[in-house]
Design a protein around this ligand. Structure first.
Ligand code: NAD
Length: 256
């Protein structure tokens, strides 16, 4: 059980981050939910998770595109035994048309935020004598596709960052790994369906099956519960010697 552990999950008011937060809470961890918004629903969501699993669940607003706010998130949490760097955005365009602001935002949110939160969290993990860094990378942290230059650069980057953190903590009871999901049906992916359907002149259902899941041999989306369960596994004693590596949850994508 993760009872007594405090988990901070960045970008966790929706999608994979929310699924990971729910599974960590189910395993007994106290959780900090985060996004850049500060709505009543955000705080209600934390209260609901806390109530459902009998753990302390808080919502802390912080914009992961801002280095000082990344560090402030960890400071406000007060302790961080489990750090899940999940916040991420996507933009699809050929390199020569890729807006510089989008490149900068993707690198900041999908990659640099993890550098800042990790730098702030490691001293707390060392003080506690235990820690887990789980970075939500992607199959696109291991392979590429056209038109996703910033996302793929950031995801390959976070895989490299995970390995470096693992080496810097290798002699301590701290591990750092990256989970590499294939396609998971979340708002981030749903938002790509209409454009994909339009581009290939297909229905949205055909776009899902023939285009989006084209590279996922299982032809099924992974679920947020599976990504959450993999995170819980990385926090279990069975994973004490698993560090500096990637775990793919991609229906065979990277085996192709
Ligand atoms: P999502 O859009 O549902 O969730 C993204 C989360 O990040 C949201 O909670 C959002 O509020 C938050 N966020 C965005 N910008 C932020 C900012 N500036 N500061 C703080 N929080 C911010 O998307 P998702 O599919 O759940 O993606 C979560 C992570 O999983 C991302 O890193 C994504 O790259 C990765 N991933 C997703 C898939 C997939 O198929 N869905 C596959 C591989 C990897």
């Amino acid at each position: 059980s993760l009872k007594g552990k405090i988990a901070v999950i960045t970008g966790s008011n929706s999608g994979i981050g929310l699924g990971v937060a729910r599974e960590l809470a189910r395993a007994g961890a106290d959780v900090v939910i985060n996004s850049f918004t500060d709505n009543k629903e955000d705080h209600d969501l934390a209260a609901e998770i806390g109530k459902e699993h009998g753990v302390t669940a808080r919502y802390i607003q912080a914009d992961m595109s801002k280095p000082d706010q990344c560090r402030a998130l960890i400071e406000k949490a007060g302790a961080c035994d489990i750090l899940v760097n999940n916040a991420g955005i996507q933009h699809v365009a050929p390199i020569e048309e890729f807006p510089t602001e989008k490149w900068d935002a993707i690198i900041a949110i999908n990659l640099s935020s993890a550098f800042h939160t990790t730098a702030a969290a490691l001293p707390m993990m060392r003080k506690a004598g235990w820690g887990r860094v789980v970075n939500i990378a992607s199959a696109h942290g291991l392979t590429a596709s056209p038109y996703k230059s910033a996302y793929i650069a950031a995801k390959h980057g976070i895989v490299g960052l995970s390995k470096t953190v693992a080496l810097e903590t290798a002699k301590e009871p701290i591990t750092a790994n990256a989970i590499c999901p294939g396609y998971v049906l979340t708002p981030l992916v749903e938002a790509q369906i209409p454009d994909t359907a339009k581009k290939y002149d297909m229905t949205e259902e055909e776009a899902k099956q023939k285009v989006i899941l084209e590279r996922q041999p299982s032809k099924e989306f992974a679920t947020v519960e599976q990504i959450g369960g993999t995170t819980v596994f990385l926090c279990s004693p069975a994973a004490d010697q698993i560090t500096g590596t990637t775990i793919s949850v991609d229906g065979g994508w990277t085996a192709l």
